[in-house]
Design a protein around this ligand. Structure first.
Ligand code: SF4
Length: 401
């Protein structure tokens, strides 16, 4: 894979294209631009690391830098704390004295940090183009339309919405308004059980509308709650009525939003078979955002935090094949020279949107803060923030938190 970044000596001006080039120009019709106000440092500047150090030191305790597990090494080097999206939002909330929270992750994570931090704190996303393809698969108007479909089918009253942390603040707010909860990949089982209890029990007739990751919803419902694949129906927001009949909605227990992670969705059962053939005795450990066939073919399944802990506790000399984002797996392999760590599929790459946050963008954001300007501030409107907070608080009230 070759990455070409604007500003390097190898970048050449392309022919005019209908598509935006990353880092150049802005799509005024879209939610997020891809342009930095002011000068973005040249990626080939040999002083970048020193500039980042100097800006970080100048900000001191006024800034708190968060680094998601899937982030690049060059950015993680400047993170005050690393973690998954929810851990990072909580870490930000636990530091009310930090004036600026610099979130090296993606847009929905920065929104959650803004919701959970005080009004005096300002959350900064170094590149506004760092979105999440999964979160973008559920737009609020589509979800409102879907709820209308459930109302028309006569099942809305017996349906509790559950949204994955990887969703926009607007979807979390929708969930809060409709009496549901947020979940993470660590607590999805507990959250779903709570939602079914609220809808009349797992053994009853109630339903859960699960957004936006169909795979996490299906894997949790079938493998951890004992529902069947036939209990699940996929609602496709791009089709009239979601592409399902009224009877299918009435019969379903899990109404799964048609969304997925573009990284985890690429692993296949063939990858699992291939690594087993190539590495006798290998333990295959995958993230629950992988498809149901991959998860059922694997030996273990769990969140990024679970994967990290599993390798920390692994028997020295053992072999592992890991199905999650590549930056994390490479760091885990380096951190565990006593293990043999394989990447489940060499053709699956980094999370491209997460990788939008690179050292030039981090340096730019930090230097802007030092200069007294707040770049790329993420602010969730007050009403959405209130209802999203209701759904997040409901999650925090689940057993185990
Ligand atoms: S890894 Fe997948 S779910 Fe996570 S930020 Fe990237 S696209 Fe979104």
């Amino acid at each position: 894979m070759t990455l070409t970044t604007p500003g390097t000596g190898t970048f050449t001006e392309p022919a005019p294209s209908a598509l935006l080039l990353l880092g150049r120009g802005a799509d005024l019709a879209s939610e997020r631009g891809v342009e930095c106000a002011g000068a973005l440092p040249d990626p080939s500047d040999p002083a970048l690391v020193e500039r980042a150090r100097a800006a970080r030191a100048a900000l001191g305790d006024r800034a708190f830098v968060l680094g998601h597990h899937y982030q690049r090494d060059e950015v993680i080097a400047f993170a005050d704390v690393t973690g998954d999206s929810f851990k990072l939002a909580r870490e930000a909330a636990a530091r009310p004295d930090a004036e600026f929270v610099v979130f090296c992750g993606v847009h929905f994570m920065a929104e959650s940090a803004d919701i959970l931090t005080t009004d005096a704190q300002q959350v900064v996303l170094p590149d506004l183009a760092a979105g999440c393809s999964m979160a973008d698969m559920a737009a609020i108007d589509q979800v409102e339309d879907a709820w209308d479909v459930l109302v028309d089918a006569g099942v809305a009253d017996e349906t509790v919405p559950v949204t994955y942390m990887n969703s926009t603040a607007a979807i979390k707010a929708f969930t809060g308004r409709h009496g549901g909860t947020v979940c993470t990949s660590s607590n999805a089982q507990v959250a779903l059980r709570w939602a079914f209890d609220r809808a009349g029990g797992v053994a009853g007739r109630g339903k859960v509308l699960f957004m936006p990751d169909q795979h996490l919803g299906r894997n949790t419902a079938v493998l951890q709650l004992g529902l069947s694949l036939a209990d699940c129906v996929v609602y496709d927001p791009r089709k009239p009525g979601g592409g399902v009949t009224t009877q299918q909605l009435r019969d379903a227990r899990m109404i799964l939003w048609r969304g997925h992670c573009s990284v985890h969705g690429r692993f296949s059962a063939r990858n699992v078979a291939d690594v087993r053939a190539a590495v006798p005795g290998v333990t295959v450990l995958v993230h629950p955002e992988c498809t149901h066939e991959v998860v059922t073919a694997a030996d273990m399944v769990g969140s990024t935090e679970y994967i990290i802990k599993a390798l920390d506790a692994a028997e020295p000399g053992s072999s592992w094949a890991i199905g999650t984002e590549l930056n994390l797996v490479r760091r885990l392999a380096r951190a565990h020279p006593e293990l043999t760590v394989h990447y489940l599929d060499s053709t699956v790459c980094f999370c491209s949107t997460m990788n939008r946050i690179d050292l030039p963008h981090l340096v730019w954001a930090l230097e802007e803060l030092v200069a007294g300007r707040v770049p790329n501030r993420i602010v969730v409107d007050a009403d959405d923030a209130h209802w999203a907070r209701v759904a997040l608080d409901q999650m925090l009230a689940l057993p185990g938190h």
